[in-house]
Design a protein around this ligand. Structure first.
Ligand SMILES: [Zn+2]
Length: 236
């Protein structure tokens, strides 16, 4: 008993330094986690209230728990939720019939792939001399944090021109005009960046079904606004 007390007393002078060192180390770790997103809490899960077509995944709503779509693999190896495949195929067939040649550059993504994309984009900005926090902020304008990307739903596609046959203007122009007829909406238009939090992406299309797509087009609403509009209308 008395021996223990002596030991404690003996350590007392060294303890504060040791604690300060530990606190500094922990603060450093916390800061690193914050800057790399490692400690970022996942936003609440997206609601399924309006059906699978209208699940809203964005910076404020993460992938619903247990979301595990059945995937179809396209000829170039990209994958999409099999539920959107018939509409996508029909749209592409009609585009080609009209002399416009698209390709799906990206469809479904796993969480690991989404994380890689984020890490690559952050590293790119770091390489250009931006600080960690600046790099993350810039990267997040283009790449969604893991579990907050629509690509993880399997309901979104990045559509590019088949470059030897069509230009970007041809493909994006056709899509802007006709995609809603097939149930796809331009998810991140230039006039909604404040709401979506994502820069203008003329290539990123999201399946919502034809009824919703045409209504969104008619009302001029992006998915965030449309879901809120449905919530209000349903509550009324
Ligand atoms: Zn995309």
């Amino acid at each position: 008993m008395s021996e223990r007390r002596t030991q404690r007393r003996g350590r007392r002078s060294a303890a504060p330094l040791w604690i300060i060192a530990l606190a500094v180390a922990l603060a450093g770790l916390a800061l690193a986690a914050l800057l790399t997103g490692g400690g970022q809490p996942r936003p609440p899960a997206a609601s399924m209230d309006h059906g699978w077509e209208l699940v809203l995944v964005n910076r404020d709503h993460s992938l619903p728990a247990g979301w595990d779509p059945e995937l179809v693999t396209l000829s170039n190896g990209t994958q999409v939720d099999q539920r959107i495949y018939p509409a996508l195929q029909e749209m592409f067939d009609d585009m080609r019939d009209q002399g416009v040649y698209p390709v799906v550059r990206d469809g479904w993504r796993s969480e690991a792939v989404q994380q890689e994309l984020m890490d690559e984009r952050v590293a790119q900005y770091r390489g250009q001399g931006y600080s960690w926090s600046e790099s993350r902020e810039l990267a997040e304008q283009w790449v969604a944090l893991p579990c907050t990307s629509e690509h993880q739903l399997g309901l979104a596609v990045d559509i590019n021109p088949d470059s030897s046959l069509s230009t970007g203007d041809q493909v994006y122009g056709w899509l802007a005009e006709h995609a809603c007829e097939y149930g796809f909406v331009r998810r991140y238009p230039p006039d909604k960046t404040e709401i979506t939090g994502i820069s203008n992406e003329p290539w990123h299309y999201r399946y919502v079904g034809t009824e919703a797509a045409e209504e969104m087009e008619r009302l001029g609403l992006c998915l965030e606004e449309y879901v809120a509009w449905l919530d209000e209308n349903r509550a009324a």
